[in-house]
Structure formats: structure tokens, C-alpha cells
Design a protein. Structure first.
Length: 152
């Protein structure tokens, strides 16, 4: 009976962590959708006479803000994945930190394969990952090309 109880507790904890991971992934997806939507709205609602410099500035600002938020959500998702990994492997040994959903709790991270401690990933490093660069860099390049072409 005790094993069954512990197993149901483990399953619930895993579900809670997986829920956090799903929310971070969903938030990241929504951010990308909002970026595309805002750029489309800006372009469709342009008046006939507009300041291209201001439009490029606003577009660049929006893109950088969403890029940062996307990086933050993906960084937090990574921290929850580390917690999930720890719970799967270490929960049988201890019930300490049960139901702890703080992604920054280093006690619930496994060591790296080389035995060193994991370091909290920097948002800026996540922002420049291949997956996010492929989405945000083309948008920024197009904005900069439009900006440069207006002054040539």
C-alpha cells in the first residue's frame, strides 16, 4: 500500500512539473504568434503618409521585447526540465522538496555528466540559440533593410 501511495504522489508531482513545462512552451508559442500579429496589424493599418523611421523603431522595439520574453520562457522551461529529470531519478531516495515548483531550487537539479554543477542559463544565451535566431533575426534584418533603404 505504501509503494502505491508514493507512486501516486510521484505521478502527481510529475504532472505538476509537466504542467509548468507545458505552460512555458505555450507562452513561447503565443509570443511568436503575437509578434506576427502585431507586425501584420502595423503594416495593414499604415496611413498613406507615415514616418518610416518611427515605424522601424517601433517594429524593432516590439521584436526585441518579444524576443527577450521568448528567451525567458524557454530558459524557465529548461529549468523545469532539469527539475523533472531530478524528480524522476531522485524522488525514490528522498521526499525532501516534495511538490516544490520553484525552478531555481538548485537542490533539485542533477549534476552535469562531467560532475559539475549546472548553472542557470542566461536569457541572452537562450535568445541567441538556433531556434530563436531563426525566427527573430529575419524580422530584424527586414526591419533594418527597410530602414536603410529609406535613406539611400
Amino acid at each position: 500500500m505504501e509503494k502505491y501511495k508514493n507512486e501516486s504522489i510521484l505521478n502527481k508531482e510529475i504532472d505538476l512539473i509537466q504542467g509548468c513545462i507545458n505552460r512555458m512552451a505555450h507562452n513561447s508559442f503565443i509570443i511568436k504568434g503575437w509578434l506576427i500579429s502585431l507586425i501584420a496589424v502595423i503594416l495593414t493599418l499604415l496611413p498613406e503618409k507615415f514616418d518610416i523611421k518611427a515605424l522601424c523603431f517601433v517594429g524593432l522595439l516590439i521584436t526585441i521585447c518579444f524576443w527577450y520574453l521568448d528567451g525567458f520562457f524557454l530558459k524557465t522551461e529548461k529549468l523545469y526540465r532539469w527539475k523533472y529529470e531530478w524528480v524522476i531519478i531522485k524522488r525514490a531516495e528522498t521526499d525532501k522538496w516534495s511538490y516544490d515548483l520553484n525552478p531555481y531550487n538548485r537542490n533539485m537539479w542533477l549534476l552535469n555528466k562531467d560532475g559539475s554543477e549546472k548553472k542557470i542559463p542566461k536569457v541572452i544565451k537562450v535568445m541567441f540559440s538556433k531556434t530563436l535566431l531563426a525566427i527573430y533575426l529575419p524580422v530584424i534584418v527586414v526591419i533594418l533593410i527597410v530602414f536603410v533603404n529609406t535613406y539611400i
